[in-house]
Structures are given as structure tokens and as C-alpha cells.
Ligand binder design. Structure first.
Ligand code: HSE
Length: 412
């Protein structure tokens, strides 16, 4: 029998217990022995429940119990998750985590400790909830040079954007629903400001390049500026707006960013809606593959955690090589990345037609009935060129008592 401890009995931790129980026989048959949860570390007691006798409040019980071979961290956040996970690895225990904040901030060090101690540190559930993406990267795509990873990596924001797009919902109403459904982070700012996506694309980029990625180097923009009017234009244009985390590995530089992007129906990620995530991976030999599924939520995420427990149960005596080294990856400045841009400007189009062309060159122009504004879609240009053109337009519009209302990158 393999004895496991779970740290954190919240949405994911309780889901892990549920998956282990529901699929107990199948898991035991596969592993060759039973997996038993011996301890559940939580601040709360759960009197009158099936786990009542397993609940502990003192971490050292887990760290010092030689019987515990695998520790599952589903607490979230960095403190105390980081010192607890580090201690477990140093004590020679295998660790599974669903915590992207932990992996993005301390993954390099924790992977190194796991290597030194010849134990395993696995984090499939940290990106894409229940979608297999970490394991495909270090197993199935091992023979590939990864050229691009672009994904809808946050279920909460995808849920919000879908509700705004399809139902005309308000941002706050949709966020509340996502929180009630258990998708959102403890602090919703992490979702809506793009920080959660940033950590996930940092982890995927590190997996793809085998180098340490500092998530703070990744340009990050959330969805809080996106409005119902943007979606009205999107509907007219047959497009949608999604929050992308993207990295592109070119011969001599790597680009990585998080931002809302306007995409057309033919984009492979267009139909990834609601809480679902979709991750597109382009390799130099394979071409494009896509991974799709529930990106958040109790049982899908718990399922990925349990898959890691099973993986570790099969490698109790050896270290599985995965992750990245401590060599730092340089991320190219956002200024030199190329995009098309969707821009909304107040006031009618005709009087400023020439001005817009002067600043941006030829553009596609859109208007919406009943609104005193127009929108333009630029050709591809560098972020630097775009900012300069926008600055020039803003300067000149100022004199006309008009202003730029919105800018969204586009892949159309
Ligand atoms: N808050 C995250 C999301 C949870 O909505 O995707 C899963 O990482």
C-alpha cells in the first residue's frame, strides 16, 4: 500500500480524495497496490465527515512520517506551500502539486532538489486544469523542437469572455458566476489581470525551452478593459476576443506575452468557450497539435493530480527527468513583436480618414450604427511602430476633441 498525504482540503484537495475513491479499483489495478490517503493537512476540522480521522494541523507529522511516500500540495499560494513542498522533497518524498504560482516562482529550485534527492516533483494540474499538457511536452513531444505555444489558459476569464460574447453579460456578473462555480483563484485579480495565464505560459515556455523563465519578464495584460462594445464590433466582424498566453521560439529569440486577442472563426482556438482551455503547440517536425478540455474546476483538476500520483507511484525508486535547468531564458522585448491591432476611436470616421491613414497606413474601417465612433484594423506592425502611430494619432485627435477608446491585438 502506498501512503499519501494531501496538504489543503479545498476544491482541488477534496476532489483528489473523490477521484481516488471513485476510481480506487482501477487505480490499484494499474499501480499494482492500493493508494491510501493517510493524512489531510488543513486549518479546519471536518467533524462528522469521512475524512475526520485523517485531518491534521501540524505539517511536521507529514514530514517526519517515513510511511508517507507521496505528498500532494493543493493549498495554492506560496506560503506555506513553498516551505512545505521544499521540506517534503528534502525529506526524500515525492511531491505532486496543482499550484502554478509555486511552480512558476520556485519550480527551478524544487526541480533541482528533486533531481538531487532522486525523487519526483510533478505538476500536470498546474497548467490547463484537467488537460494533459505537461506530460505531452516531456514525453510525447520529446523529439520535437517546440516553435510556438499559444493557449487559452484561464478558465475563469474564458468563461467571462464567453458570457459577454454570447449572452451580452456584464463583466462582474460573469465573474461572480465563475467564482460560484469554483473556477476562480482565491483572488480574482490573478485571473482577470492575466497573472494566472502569465504563470502558466511561463511554465509551458520553460518546459519547451528547458530554461528557467522569469514570469515577471512576460508582458501581461488582462481582460478588465474589454467592454460590450468591443464584442459588438467583434460580432459584426465575425470574430471573438480571447485571452491568450503565447510564446514563440524563434532561432535567436523567444517572445512571450499575455493579452486579449481578437481572432476569427478559422482560428483553431475560436471555438474554445466557457471554462474550457485550449492549447496549441507547434513543433518543427510534427506541425500543430491542440489540447482541449476543462481548464479549471474540482474534478478535472483533481484528475490531473491523480494522474501524477499514479506516475509517481510507478517511479518510487527512480527520478523521472522533466522540467528545466537553472539557465535563464531571455524573453525578447514586447516592442519588437508584430501584431495587427483593432483600435476604436471616438467621433465619426470621415473627418479623420486622412489622419488615420497618415498614422497607420491602409486600415480596414468599421462603424456601428448609433455610435459616434469608428474602429480600425491595422496591418501587421511592430508594437513599437504601433505605439508611435497611436501616440501620433492621439496627439492629432486631441485637437479634434476626440480620443482613442480601445486597442486590442488581433490575429485576423
Ligand atoms: N483560476 C484558474 C482558472 C484555475 O480559472 O483557470 C485553474 O488554474
Amino acid at each position: 500500500m502506498i501512503k499519501v498525504a494531501i496538504m489543503g482540503y479545498g476544491t482541488i484537495g477534496s476532489g483528489v480524495c473523490e477521484v481516488l475513491e471513485e476510481n480506487q479499483k482501477q487505480i490499484a489495478d494499474y499501480v499494482g497496490q492500493e493508494i491510501q490517503v493517510k493524512y489531510i493537512l488543513d486549518l479546519r476540522d471536518f467533524p462528522g465527515t469521512a475524512i475526520e480521522n485523517k485531518v491534521i494541523h501540524d505539517f511536521s507529522v507529514i514530514a517526519e512520517d517515513q510511511e508517507i511516500q507521496i505528498v500532494v500540495e493543493t493549498m495554492g499560494g506560496l506560503n506555506p506551500a513553498y516551505p512545505f513542498v521544499k521540506s517534503c522533497l528534502e525529506a526524500g518524498k515525492h511531491v505532486v502539486t496543482s499550484n502554478k504560482a509555486l511552480v512558476a516562482a520556485h519550480g527551478t529550485e524544487l526541480l533541482e532538489i528533486a533531481r538531487q534527492r532522486q525523487v519526483n516533483f510533478q505538476f500536470e494540474a498546474s497548467v490547463g486544469g484537467g488537460i494533459p499538457i505537461i506530460r505531452p511536452l516531456y514525453r510525447c513531444l520529446m523529439g520535437e523542437r517546440i516553435l510556438e505555444i499559444t493557449g487559452i489558459l484561464n478558465g475563469t476569464t474564458n468563461y467571462i469572455l464567453t458570457k459577454m460574447d454570447k449572452e451580452g453579460a456584464s463583466f462582474n456578473g460573469a465573474l461572480k458566476e465563475a467564482q460560484d462555480l469554483g473556477y476562480a483563484e482565491r483572488n480574482p485579480e490573478a485571473d482577470v489581470e492575466g497573472h494566472d495565464t502569465c504563470r502558466k505560459i511561463a511554465i509551458l515556455t520553460a518546459m519547451a525551452t528547458k530554461k528557467e523563465v522569469n514570469y515577471q519578464d512576460i508582458y501581461t495584460e488582462g481582460i478588465t478593459k474589454i467592454t460590450d462594445i468591443d464584442f459588438k464590433y467583434a460580432a459584426k466582424m465575425g470574430t471573438s476576443i480571447k485571452l491568450f498566453g503565447s510564446s514563440r521560439m524563434e532561432a535567436d529569440q523567444v517572445f512571450a506575452w499575455v493579452a486579449p486577442v481578437m481572432i476569427g472563426r478559422e482560428h483553431p482556438l475560436y471555438s474554445v468557450s466557457d471554462v474550457y482551455n485550449g492549447i496549441l503547440v507547434r513543433g518543427n517536425m510534427l506541425g500543430t497539435t491542440m489540447y482541449y478540455g476543462s481548464g479549471a474546476g474540482k474534478l478535472p483538476t483533481a484528475s490531473a493530480v491523480v494522474a501524477d500520483i499514479i506516475e509517481e507511484a510507478g517511479h518510487l525508486d527512480n527520478h523521472v527527468s522533466l522540467g528545466w535547468s537553472s539557465e535563464k531564458l531571455d524573453i525578447a522585448p514586447m516592442e519588437i513583436s508584430y501584431h495587427k491591432y483593432f483600435v476604436r476611436v471616438s467621433g465619426p470616421y470621415e473627418p479623420k480618414k486622412q489622419l488615420i491613414e497618415q498614422c497607420f497606413g491602409s486600415c480596414q474601417i468599421m462603424t456601428l450604427e448609433g455610435l459616434n465612433e469608428c474602429a480600425l484594423l491595422t496591418e501587421k506592425m511592430s508594437e513599437k511602430q504601433f505605439k508611435e502611430a497611436l501616440f501620433e494619432l492621439e496627439e492629432k485627435l486631441g485637437g479634434m476633441y476626440q480620443e482613442v477608446l480601445q486597442t486590442i491585438r488581433a490575429q485576423l
